[in-house]
Every structure is written in structure tokens, then in C-alpha cells.
Design a protein around this ligand. Structure first.
Ligand code: AP5
Ligand code: MG
Length: 185
């Protein structure tokens, strides 16, 4: 059974939704860099102030910032039995830093699940949700950033034998079932 999991997917592909279902049903924490960053913005911390402009524009926050957050989070005790990374890594530098962290911890990743959803459905979902970065221009930019900087990680993890792609549209329980089948295969 896979325990150390990355959910990789475009904005709006369902990382948060499926990550929460996995957390509740498998009892391992979901770690979302987007949620951690939004909490920092809401708290008005230095880190939040630094991150806000990039988030509002749909650009990525600096690698050092998110890598530092993940390093701290993975050192917390509740990750000992596994975790679900949602929205991290998003760049090659982040993926390499994560590999290094996990070598230090002596516990490599088990699986990377790619949630595959087509772009028009994503735009529709996010416009309906209406988070502050869910405006049409910002959504299009987040999609572009995904294609340019995050999509190459599919090859990175495929080469390492960790990648499984799951169709991320349709019924939530059906998608969850495909993810679990991929994790337990
Ligand atoms: P982040 O918070 O990670 O946002 P995102 O990747 O753009 O993805 P979302 O959270 O919008 O979507 P999701 O895939 O979680 O889907 P969800 O389940 O919510 O990042 C935000 C920003 O923070 C970034 O732009 C960047 O600035 C910064 N950031 C974060 N991580 C970073 C990193 N590692 N490096 C640098 N910067 C970073 O679903 C979306 C909607 O669709 C919901 O309304 C949901 O109800 C609905 N939905 C879900 N599944 C279905 C379904 N099957 N059918 C119909 N509707 C569905
Ligand atoms: Mg999310």
C-alpha cells in the first residue's frame, strides 16, 4: 500500500478534493502548499507578504520558500506513516529538493498520481468555485505555468517508475476508486 504520495495535476484538477478524501479515509495528512501559503497570507506573515503577489498573478512562489515549508512540514511527527502532497512539487528544482529531503529521511516516495482533466472543464470548474485567484486571466496563466513548469515532472516521475495517470473527470467516488487502485497496485 502506497503511503507517501504526490498528487500532481493542473489547477482545478481535483488535487484538493481527492487529497482530502484520501486523508479522511486512509488517515494520513494532506499537505497542500497552496493551503499553507493562503494561511500565511491570511496571517499577514513575512512569508505571506512575499507570496501574495505571485499567487494573485497565478505565478509560482519562489522555490526556496515552498521547499522550506515542505522541509519543516515533513519533519512533523504526523508524517511518519505517510502523507499526501498536494500541489508540491511543481518545478524540477522542487522535485529534486524533495528527493534530497526524502533521502535524508530514509523514506522515498511510493507513487505519483497524475489527475488528468481537460482544460475547458478546468476553466469551468474554477470559474464556478470563485477563489480569489479564480478569475479567467489568472486561471489561464496558472494553466500556462502548469504546462511550462509542472508538466515536465510527468516525465521525471515516469522515468523513476513512480507515475500513474488517472482520469480526473466524472464522478468523485469513481475517481477516488481509480486513485486507490493505482496506489494499491
Ligand atoms: P494551489 O492552491 O495548489 O492551486 P492550484 O494548483 O491552482 O489548484 P486548485 O487548488 O485550484 O485545484 P485542485 O487541483 O486542488 O482542485 P480542487 O479539488 O480544489 O496553488 C495556488 C497558488 O499557490 C499557485 O498559483 C502558486 O502561486 C502558489 N503555489 C502553491 N504551491 C506551490 C508550489 N509548490 N510552488 C510554487 N508556488 C506554489 O477542485 C477544483 C474545483 O473543482 C472545486 O470547486 C471542486 O469542488 C471541483 N471538482 C473537483 N473534482 C471535481 C469533479 N470530479 N467534477 C466536478 N467538479 C470537481
Ligand atoms: Mg487545491
Amino acid at each position: 500500500m502506497s503511503k507517501r504520495i504526490v498528487l500532481l495535476g493542473a489547477p482545478g484538477s481535483g488535487k484538493g478534493t481527492q487529497g482530502q478524501m484520501l486523508m479522511e479515509r486512509r488517515g494520513i495528512p494532506q499537505i497542500s502548499t497552496g493551503d499553507l501559503l493562503r494561511a500565511a497570507v491570511a496571517a499577514g506573515s513575512d512569508l505571506g507578504l512575499k507570496a501574495k503577489a505571485a499567487m494573485d498573478a497565478g505565478e509560482l512562489v519562489a522555490d526556496e520558500v515552498v521547499i522550506g515549508m515542505i522541509r519543516e512540514r515533513l519533519n512533523e511527527a504526523d508524517t511518519a506513516n505517510g502523507y499526501i502532497l498536494d500541489g508540491f512539487p511543481r518545478t524540477r528544482a522542487q522535485a529534486e529538493a524533495l528527493d534530497g529531503l526524502l533521502v535524508d529521511l530514509g523514506k522515498p516516495l511510493d507513487r505519483v498520481v497524475h489527475l488528468d482533466v481537460d482544460e475547458e472543464e478546468i476553466v469551468k470548474r474554477l470559474l464556478e468555485r470563485g477563489r480569489s485567484d479564480d478569475t479567467e486571466d489568472t486561471i489561464r496563466n496558472r494553466m500556462k505555468v502548469f504546462r511550462d513548469q509542472t508538466h515536465p515532472l510527468l516525465e521525471y516521475y515516469s522515468e523513476r517508475g513512480l507515475l500513474v495517470t488517472v482520469k480526473g473527470s466524472g464522478d468523485l467516488e469513481a475517481i477516488y476508486g481509480s486513485i486507490v487502485a493505482a496506489l494499491d497496485a
